[in-house]
Every structure is written in C-alpha cells, then in structure tokens.
Design a protein around this ligand. Structure first.
Ligand code: UDP
Length: 263
C-alpha cells in the first residue's frame, strides 16, 4: 500500500492518505510530549515499540469481538487502518488512583478503586483536554446517547480484557486512555463505531505487579530514565519483538530532549 499525502500530524503519529479513500496509514513517531506539550523529546525506538505493542493489543481485542480500526501492520513504524471520524472525546478508565485524579480530588496515589472509574475528557489541546461529563457530550452533540452507551460498555469490556492480559504477564493495568471513531464497514455498507488511535505504554499506566516499577510514559513525565527499556520490557513480556525485527537501524534508548519548560 503506497503512502499518499500527509493528512494530519499529531504529537506522536502521522496519518497519510492511501489510494483507498476509506483507508489511511498511521505512522508512529519517536516524539514524546507531556504536560500539554510543555515537555517534549525524541525517544529513539519508541515508535517502533508502540507500533508493535498496539498491533498486538488491538489484534487481541479484535479476537474478543471488539471492532477496531486496525487492518494490519505494514512495517516497523506503520499500520494500515480504517479512516475514522474520531469522536472528540478521550475515554479514560482507572483501576488504581494516580496522575490527574489524585491531583484533582486528593485521592491518595495508589488507591485501589472498588470498580473501574470511567472519565471523559474533551479532546482539545488549547483547552488542555478538560474533564467533561456525559451531559456535556450529549448537550454539545459530540456523541449520541446510543453511541455513548455502546462506547461505555465496550470501554469497560476492553478494561476487563486488558486487565487480564497484563495480569498474566505480571503487570497491573493502572489506567489508560482510548479513542473511538466512526469508520466505513465494507460488509454492512454502513459506518460503524471502531476503537481507534493506539493502546501502548504511551497511553496506559503499567506497573510491575511485584515491585510497582513504572513501565510506561510516566518514566518520561517524571524523568525516571530508562524509558525504552521499560517499553521493551512490556513488549518482551507480551512475547512480541522477536529476533526478525531489525532494531539495529534505530538508535534504541537514546532520549533527546527537545524543550523543557517548567509549569
Ligand atoms: N492519557 C493519554 N493521553 C492524554 C491524557 C491521558 O494517553 O492526553 C492516559 C495517561 O497515559 C494515563 C491515563 O490516560 O494512562 C490517565 O491520565 P491522567 O488523566 O492521570 O493524565 P496525566 O495528566 O496524569 O497525564
């Protein structure tokens, strides 16, 4: 599948057109950002790892009946995906309190939540992705009641599947963010809701079950170092990144700060 024009460039990915109007190519960059773009760096090899990890996770979800945008991984950094009209909402699931939840509500870091907590944020960089309620989503028409009911159920199901998948490899799924879109379904001849974007250590908090060592983007946010080693550890435990992968062409593990401004 040949790459066409660039359609969109985000913080960690680029989307390219293909000859098929319903399909696009998703390219994983090495760029990392945190704190609404205040902290930026290039972490060499991150894109390669996230491409693999997200492919593995979405394929697993798909086997459990979750509809996703992923068609197939094309190469080290790219996936062929369905073009989706993305809902402007981040769906966040929390199993253990940490990050913005602890800051916002004063809940002690590491508190196990009795049941998964679902939060919505409005996807808007300028407004710093504010937390919103279901009523905001319905009131402003960002999704319909039926769409939201479907997405909520799917999101909690994804949490169950992923929690089990990570528990099996000695990792606690602390929280994660997912996105959904509407994409064309060839068979039904209609648009349908699909899980979009990516699921990777960039979008999840993953703690080693025994030591609680962070194996995710918090290593970057909190300057803990060994970011790539942590992402590689996740890939290794999932049983991916086999020998066939030629990682020698990327300079693994090097972090190049682009800009760092204190808040
Ligand atoms: N998250 C994400 N993208 C965002 C905001 C959050 O992938 O733009 C993920 C984040 O990695 C974590 C979860 O969503 O796994 C909850 O994040 P939180 O609200 O605690 O965000 P923080 O402000 O601490 O990054």
């Amino acid at each position: 599948m040949n790459k066409g024009n660039k359609l969109y460039e985000g913080k960690a990915k680029i989307i390219y057109e293909t000859k098929d109007k319903n399909l696009v190519i998703q390219h994983f960059k090495d760029d990392a950002t945190a704190f609404n773009n205040l902290k930026k760096a290039k972490i060499e090899g991150k894109g390669v790892l996230n491409n693999r990890i997200s492919e593995y996770i979405l394929n697993n979800l798909s086997q459990s009946g979750i509809k996703t945008h992923l068609i197939k991984r094309l190469n080290m950094r790219e996936q062929l995906i369905k073009k989706a009209e993305i809902f402007p909402i981040e769906f966040i699931v929390r199993n253990i309190a940490t990050g913005s939840l602890t800051k916002r509500l004063g809940i002690p870091d590491g508190t196990n939540l009795e049941k998964p907590l679902l939060e919505y944020c409005y996807k808007n960089d300028e407004l710093k992705d504010p937390l919103i309620s279901k009523e905001h989503i319905l009131s402003f028409g960002w999704a319909t009641e039926n769409e939201l009911r479907y997405i909520d159920r799917s999101t909690l199901r994804i949490n169950d599947i992923l929690t089990g998948m990570f528990r099996a490899i000695g990792i606690k799924l602390v929280d994660f963010k997912i996105e959904y879109g509407k994409a064309w379904n060839e068979e039904s001849g209609k648009k349908e809701i699909v899980l979009a974007d990516e699921i990777s250590p960039d979008t999840c908090r993953l703690w080693d079950a025994k030591t609680e060592k962070k194996l995710d983007k918090d290593r970057f946010r909190k300057d803990l170092g060994n970011i790539i080693q942590a992402y590689q550890e996740v890939a290794r435990r999932l049983g991916i990144m086999p020998e066939e992968t030629n990682i020698s062409e990327v300079n693994f593990g090097k972090t190049i700060p682009i800009k760092f401004k204190k808040k």
